[in-house]
Design a protein around this ligand. Sequence first.
Ligand SMILES: [Zn+2]
Length: 195
Amino acid sequence: MTEGPDADAARQAIEVATRLSLRAVGLDDAPGMDETPARVARMLVDDLWAGIFTPEPEVCEFDMGTDLDQVYAVGPITIRSTCEHHLAAIYGTAYIGVHCENTVLGLSKFARLAQWVFARPIVQERATHELAHLLYNRSKARGIGVVVRATHDCMKMRGVREPASTMVTSEMLGTFRSNGEARAELMKLWNAQGL
Ligand SMILES: [Zn+2]
């Protein structure tokens, strides 16, 4: 994994840029906003875009010592992000389905990988695609399914101003794409999880 950009340098640059933006609208001296540029920098670097500054989480697989032909589902996993077009907040949940062979992935790794993939400016369709392929390529799973349901502030707060809309994306790989039975079994589990 290549080193990401330097987090300290990014915090400083974002702080300066935010202060300039506030100055442009005459708010850089506003009471209560003195710490705002530093807060914005920390929010982006340490939370919403943290995936840029941290290496890809490692995936551990456990050998079950027996052949498994099992479908399991993990979710909801909370994802927080910003859209790459407006840098407006995206908030939602991811659900992951696995058709495993004789190994299973460490359970917490699903949440770590999903949060890492989404913690950067994204387009939901592409991030869903990347998460599914990452899980599929890093594991020995026969199938991987990912569904993401999220709300986009850029749609709620501006433009069409549709506060109730959600966006749902899905990607099915391996047996979940090629085998109707495996996919139907995953759908049953996702139903049970309230998806
Ligand atoms: Zn947007």
